[in-house]
Design a protein around this ligand. Structure first.
Ligand code: BTN
Length: 249
């Protein structure tokens, strides 16, 4: 059992910042567990695999959730981004009636276009993880013009519903859902979200291409195991567990 502080989260709002993840890491000692750093404008947002995360003036969500503990021993690190991805899908369904899908491990797609991405980073001291920075970008009001400049198919709440939203309100809805079951997730791990995760997985039982350490490989996506890893079969029928990578679509 991991002991967690059940108290509510706090939100630090900034008009503009280079990257909420970078800012959180640079100032980590000033922030308590369950602090959310939020901005609607990032000037140097970073994505997975050193990619850039695009921002324009249209009021989107750029946020980092800081999770701290002196004892992360039994913490389900590898599945935290998957837990958040399930929370995003639930929020999109309950608040906007949008059916979203998950592209393993944690991209959120609507009608095949990416609406949200997650980048988890850790802060380590004395060889121990002291904090997790869970960064999330969600396209809220981005219009077609900017979306078309992104190097993969992308969408936004505005693009889907043709309505504008206050991104800070959407952020609160999401963070509430995240913390509602966070303690249970931490204690039970991937098992707790497995069904919810798998039913939203877009590429299961399909042929996929994966970029692993810069190399592209073809597989058949067979299943997700109890640790949240992707079980993939190569052309010779050999199965492997994919730990990290990116499904190319
Ligand atoms: C991805 O590549 O899909 C992950 C994108 C993560 C972007 C978010 S925006 C808020 C936080 N700060 C950053 O610099 N990156 C993450």
């Amino acid at each position: 059992m991991v002991n967690l502080d059940m108290s509510k989260y706090s939100i630090v709002t900034m008009d503009e910042v280079h990257s909420t993840n970078a800012y959180a890491l640079e100032n980590i000692s000033f922030f308590d567990d369950k602090t959310v750093i939020y901005t609607s404008r990032q000037t140097a947002g970073r994505g997975r695999f050193n990619r850039k995360w695009v921002c324009d003036d249209s009021d989107n969500i750029y946020m980092s959730l800081i999770l701290k503990s002196d004892n992360f021993k039994s913490y389900p690190f590898a599945n935290l981004t998957q837990y958040l991805s399930v929370c995003i899908c639930k929020m999109l369904k309950s608040e906007f009636n949008i059916e979203a899908e998950i592209k393993w491990p944690n991209d959120i797609l609507v009608n095949g276009a990416k609406i949200s991405g997650i980048l988890a980073e850790t802060y380590t001291a004395d060889n121990n993880i002291k904090a997790i920075i869970l960064g999330l970008g969600l396209n809220v009001n981005m219009d077609k013009n900017t979306l078309e400049k992104i190097d993969q198919k992308a969408t936004s709440l505005f693009d889907i519903t043709k309505k504008h939203y206050d991104s800070e309100k959407v952020l609160k809805l999401l963070v509430d859902i995240f913390f509602e079951n966070y303690e249970t997730f931490v204690n039970k791990g991937f098992e707790y979200i497995k069904e919810d995760y798998i039913k939203r997985c877009k590429f299961l039982n399909k042929k996929i291409k994966i970029s692993e350490n810069g190399e592209k490989k073809e597989y058949f996506a067979k299943s997700i195991d109890n640790e949240g890893l992707l079980i993939a079969q190569d052309e010779f029928g050999n199965e492997s567990k994919i730990i990290t990578g990116d499904i190319l679509c």
